[in-house]
Design a protein around this ligand. Sequence first.
Ligand code: GLC
Ligand code: CA
Length: 512
Amino acid sequence: MAKWLDDAVFYEIYPQSFKDTNSDGIGDFNGIREKLDHIKELGCNAVWMNPCFESPFGDAGYDVSDYYKTAPRYGTNDELKRLMDEIHVRGMHILLDLVPGHTSIEHRWFRESMKAEDNAYTDRYVWTDSIWETPEGPGALRGISDRDGSCLASFFSHQPALNYGYYRPEKPWQQAMDAPGPRATVAELKKIMRFWLTMGCDGFRVDMAHSLVKGDEDGRGTIELWKEIRAFLDEEFPEAVMVSEWGEPDKALAGGFHMDFLLHFGPSHYNDLFRCEEPYFSGRGKGDVSEFVRRYRENYEKTAGKGLICIPSGNHDMARLARTIHGDELKVAFAFLLSMPGAPFIYYGDEIGMRYVEGLTSVEGGYDRTGSRSPMQWDGSVNAGFSLAGEEKLYIPLDPAPDRPTVAGQTADPDSLYHEVRELIALRQAHPALKNRGGIEFICAEKNAYPFVYLRSAEEERILVILNPSHRPASFACGYPLTAGLRTFGGEITVKDGTAAVPGGFYGFYRV
Ligand code: GLC
Ligand code: CA
């Protein structure tokens, strides 16, 4: 089943900001098609593309108004098909972004659902039975139609929650998961998935996958629901790959997902690594990796053999890596990201160290996420090669820094982050121990200490990974001779009397 996932290395494309080919200032499918070779040459063999469906773009497309139609600004359904075909021609795969939890208020279903008279969409969303009763949750849509009720919001207050029922209905308006309304929502979800899988996508990244069934604190109802979806896929599209935005891998994998993201929210301590006051991967060397490792190990043990945990370089919801770490620190960070189990995800532009653009006004519901969504920087030509539109027409302003990194610039520089990332991916792909399903054992991950050391293994192969992001030298008790270095950066290690002295700003891979 979906063997390709065993050595998938993903690249996340934010379609608005990748490459514009018709000079309207917004990226499009044809632009992505033009730039597929960049992704391929980097060594990525899979793509996750953020939502590209019809939408009023109050949340950058996570507010869908027609699940069966691409947003005209990106191109037609046919153009998306062509893009998917070209991805496949290159031996690559693509996941589309499925937003099952909510729609836009402009969706036809919601317009119908707002009506006072009963109709086929009355129960498509979660409504109370009186305008004076507000459902418990992230917010509510109230007083905007003749229907006497409040509708539960799912994320922003313009994203009404689709109705998958309540795990244990308590109020008269709370429907059971097997009531006709929730069943109709599930049937429609399958139809949507069938539509895009038939057209050629290889699976989905699922938005807020944990959130579908309400009043379901420990996720049991939502897990049930996803199991039903997996059973449907096994029947009709057994190769379809499912990756969840859930943040609790044991639950996600129980629901039949192949892989779950560790997220910048939730209990993973992912933020300790790159996105906090003293990130572990900063040269200041004041960070802590031990809590992250403790949680990771728990998750890993719970999910071992069942599926994958993914640690992304970033995504469209969090600050870019290069906001908090810089220069060679990024290289050591990528040595980590590209040597962990689970498929790596590289957020577009992170491979060249694109920066978070400070001080931008929110674009399409981005708020502070907007600075991580600026146009891809291809080269030194007008608008960094992103678009030929006037600068004022660009979807989001470009990074104004005169020394902003570009793909062309970094391709020409053998010491660039781009080349480092490329080499690290190639190393991963050349060694089963480093690939997605290889095992991991943590050797050294002490509280507030450096280095960070782990052993990756598969079959006969064992590779020791040593990371010292701190600028200060560090040491650890090492039972291995470290003679077979596969790749090192930032100096050399010396081992004496069982102690390995590791230079500052170093990473190394050793066959042991
Ligand atoms: C997810 C998306 C985010 C979106 C939200 C609501 O977290 O990644 O961009 O705003 O869900 O759909
Ligand atoms: Ca365009």
